[in-house]
Ligand binder design. Structure first.
Ligand SMILES: [Zn+2]
Length: 182
């Protein structure tokens, strides 16, 4: 038992999701992590594997729903609360509606693709047959800092590669000049 899903446990459980997200970042994937909880017990934890597996559907939440369904032996998951470091995309939000998830807690909004209210609101659409309770902003600053650090690291690596290419080009040009003058 790790925490009470109603209130005080949210922060502790989101910290676990942030740990999962860090595992994604360490493997070169955008840091997104997700934890599933039933009656205060963690029943699943997953992170984003999109780049590592080359799989556009390998988002943390999709992998998590699969893991939890397998473990519980059912696809209806109304007793499950999901803690996710980032607002789910349309694919993941749809999967949560399909699974009849009871509650979603997430950290940081995804202004470009979020489907829990930022761009779409699939989790609470009156057009669908199930609505998910949503709590947003738990450990938002921590999740934002983790994402910023990841993208800053990517930019640094890109710049290093660019400088390496430049040095290689200069060395080649010098060698060619030396050969011509020889
Ligand atoms: Zn997704």
């Amino acid at each position: 038992m790790i925490g009470d899903v109603e209130g005080t446990g949210d922060v502790a459980l989101m910290r676990l999701a942030l740990e999962e997200a860090q595992a994604a970042a360490d493997a070169g994937d955008v840091p997104v992590g997700a934890i599933a909880v039933v009656a205060g017990a963690v029943v699943g934890r997953q992170h984003n594997h999109k780049e590592e597996w080359g799989d556009p559907t390998a988002h943390a939440e999709i992998l998590l729903l699969r893991q939890v369904s397998n473990r519980l032996g059912r696809w209806r998951l109304p007793d499950v609360t999901i803690y996710c470091t980032m607002e789910p995309c349309a694919m993941c939000a749809s999967a949560m509606v399909h699974a009849r998830i009871g509650r979603l807690v997430y950290a940081v909004d995804d202004e470009r693709a979020g489907a829990a209210g930022s761009v779409f609101n699939i989790l609470q659409s009156p057009a669908l047959n199930h609505r998910v309770d949503v709590t947003r902003g738990v450990l938002r600053d921590e999740a934002r800092a983790q994402l910023d650090a990841f993208f800053a690291h990517l930019r640094r690596k890109d710049e290093e590669r660019r400088q390496q290419m430049q040095r290689a080009k200069e060395a080649l040009a010098q060698a060619q000049l030396a050969a011509k003058n020889a």
